[in-house]
Design a protein around this ligand. Structure first.
Ligand code: BGC
Length: 442
């Protein structure tokens, strides 16, 4: 039986990724806390509630969990509504608390990456129209300035906006996230304002902290034509890829946007990022469908024979991860995998998902693709937006009743990967013997 160790370069960043609203708990001043009150918006009308209870202090033990399982980095986010609860009020206590959390990272020698907007915003921002109102560009910038001034001593890596492409699609084109819009005009305005807000934030962060590194976190979805011999399938796949994966990056690379049937130039946005953050979960086959005009004339299905997660939310498609990395490479900047994970409350598919994706990652690193780190989504089960608590993405299970965390075999597997900075044949043999020959072909 062949065996080998797939080593990563020294200093590779291994960690997990979280977001404020999904872990802190008791965030009652945001567009999402309002959205949760509307019947039918969240699975079984569940609420985020105390989430993973970080704001009451559970962050400490979760940071200990990261440390004891050999993670050397973590991506977290700051909740805008805590820092600026009203348009004319800053909460210095909230900033102090974030400082305390960041001290916790420093004490444990864990490098933080901070996202400044991860899907949520203060109620007063939604009252003026959220991302559809261009006033948000300046207002977001004031918040960014405040946070960077307050926290720059503790962090060098910043991501102004998480998944602008998901935000636009879910909140302004499909209506599953607040404010629940589904209009092409709303989608275009939101995308345009997100691009401007990102670039202005980039400028501000670099002015205050010139040596910091500011990047993105784009949700990359892999798309393949359902039939390669059908020109319409090929054409629509390309179109969807450009809309979903490319739009935002093209705007902050070259300054041009071609989205939702409209165009705009952004001279000031050219080259406004230092690293490419990739969030990758899954991929689809895409078929042209004339009747689905509301879905930009396409229909998706999971690639045949791929394993599907328990609620059908994710297909295990490591080839799509390869495609995501290849795509990110063309921007010619360092790459960080800012999210990757699967929902799996029974831990049946996750070990395989982890090994297969990290194996793809290793292949790319080995071909000198400049990937600096990998953040698994996520540490402990958390609140999964419109899907509530029905999906479990954690390396630890969360018991919501008493806030206890339960170690799983994935905790152990990921801890071994982080510790050895590699994948070994022993790990594959121990955790996923059924795919041994796929990882180590004879
Ligand atoms: C988001 C996370 C979310 C994860 C899994 C990503 O698109 O950034 O907030 O929890 O997907 O659903």
């Amino acid at each position: 039986m062949p065996s080998a160790t797939f080593h990563f370069p020294p200093g590779f960043l291994w960690g997990t990724s979280t977001s404020a609203y999904q872990v802190e708990g008791n965030n009652s001043n945001t567009n999402w806390s309002e959205w949760e009150k509307i019947p039918g918006k969240i699975y079984e009308n569940q609420i985020c509630g105390s989430a993973c209870d970080w704001w009451s202090g559970k962050w400490k033990e979760d940071l200990d969990r990261m440390k004891s399982t050999n993670q050397n980095s973590h991506r977290l986010s700051i909740e805008w509504s805590r820092v600026q609860p009203a348009s004319d009020r800053w909460d210095e206590n909230a900033l102090d608390y974030y400082r305390k959390i960041l001290m916790g990272f420093r004490e444990r020698n864990i490098t933080p990456f901070i996202t400044l907007h991860h899907f949520t915003e203060p109620i007063w921002i939604s009252e003026i129209g959220g991302w559809e109102n261009n006033q948000i560009i300046g207002l977001f910038n004031q918040y960014v300035e405040k946070v960077i001034e307050a926290l720059k001593e503790y962090c060098n890596y910043w991501i102004p906006i998480n998944e602008p492409n998901v935000l636009v699609h879910q909140a302004y084109l499909e209506g599953n996230f607040p404010p629940g819009k589904s209009s092409i005009q709303s989608g275009f305005s939101a995308m345009s304002n997100l691009i401007k807000a990102h670039s202005l934030a980039y400028e501000t962060i670099k002015r205050i902290q010139p040596l910091s590194r500011v990047g993105t976190a784009i949700n990359y979805r892999a798309f393949w034509p359902k039939s390669n011999s059908n020109p319409m399938d090929v054409w629509i796949t390309n179109y969807i890829h450009n809309q979903y994966n490319e739009s935002f990056m093209k705007a902050i690379t070259k300054g041009s946007l071609n989205f939702a049937f409209k165009k705009e130039r952004f001279q000031k946005s050219v080259n406004s990022f230092d690293f490419v953050g990739v969030n990758y979960y899954s991929g689809d086959n895409v078929k042209f469908s004339l009747s689905r005009y509301k879905d930009f004339f396409h229909e998706r299905s999971y690639p045949q024979r791929s394993e599907i997660s328990e609620n059908g939310f994710i297909a295990n498609v490591p080839n799509g991860f390869e495609a995501a990395i290849k795509w990110a490479e063309k921007f010619d900047k360092p790459i960080v995998i800012t999210e990757n994970g699967i929902e799996d409350s029974k831990d049946q598919l996750r070990p395989q998902f982890l090994i297969e994706h990290i194996h793809k990652l290793w292949r790319a690193v080995n071909l000198n693709v400049p990937i600096r780190g990998y953040f698994h989504w996520t540490l402990v089960d958390n609140f999964e937006w419109e899907r509530g608590w029905s999906q479990r993405f954690g390396l630890w299970r969360l018991n919501l009743q008493d806030q206890t965390r339960i170690r799983t075999k994935n905790t152990e597997l990921y801890a071994q990967i982080c510790k050895s900075n590699s994948i070994t044949s022993e790990m594959v043999h121990q955790f996923v013997p059924h795919i041994y020959s796929r990882i180590y072909p004879g």
